[in-house]
Design a protein around this ligand. Structure first.
Ligand SMILES: [Zn+2]
Length: 193
């Protein structure tokens, strides 16, 4: 198994690892409403299958996904993004999240070799229900107040800070954290010089 998180690519093409700390937040990197629309990657059933593969779901479920599942995933993701950003979430958005959470989710089972597997032939709706339940747990749980947006002004990635001191500021140390360090060093040199 690889380390947690998803591999993203910066606008300059540099790959970096982003671990948002929760399955539901991993879905938020696939696009979103309004200004996020240009980052949309969920177009066809294979795109949702590919997302499940990149996600922290272990093992990767072998999914049956339809175009309707993809549309539902986009609607859910957009609602979740608004919910995590809004000081007081909109009732309609909460209902989208809750409705998805009420559907049957992926069922974990002990496989023939003793390893974890998923029961039956799960579909996109079950995938979405699993992600939605994760969102319910996150947003009602001990770390609900630790769901934050990256501190970089030009980065909108959302993560949950599960560090003990609660001092995480960046989506990724190797990306925004490092860019900040470089800028701070340059500013110091300018002041000193
Ligand atoms: Zn960032």
């Amino acid at each position: 198994m690889t380390s947690a998180g998803m591999v993203l690519r910066s606008h300059t093409g540099v790959e970096y690892r982003f671990d948002p700390g929760a399955l539901c937040l991993e879905l938020l990197v696939t696009g979103g409403p309004g200004p996020y629309r240009r980052y949309e990657v969920l177009h066809a059933p294979d795109d949702l299958v590919a997302w499940a593969e990149r996600s922290r779901l272990t093992p990767t479920p072998r999914l049956r996904v339809t175009a309707e599942h993809v549309a539902a995933a986009r609607r859910f993701r957009d609602a979740l993004l608004r919910v995590v950003h809004a000081p007081t979430p909109d009732g309609a958005d909460l209902e989208v999240v809750n409705a998805a959470a009420r559907r049957p989710a992926l069922a974990p089972v002990i496989g023939p070799g003793g390893a974890k597997a998923w029961a039956g032939e799960p579909d996109g709706e079950q995938l979405l229900a699993t992600v939605a339940r994760d969102a319910v747990e996150l947003l009602t749980g001990a770390f609900a107040h630790r769901v934050r947006t990256c501190s970089a002004a030009d980065c909108r990635l959302v993560y949950v800070d599960t560090s003990r001191p609660g001092s995480r500021r960046w989506c990724s140390m190797e990306h925004c954290g490092n860019r900040h360090k470089v800028r701070a060093a340059r500013a110091r040199r300018t002041e000193g010089g």
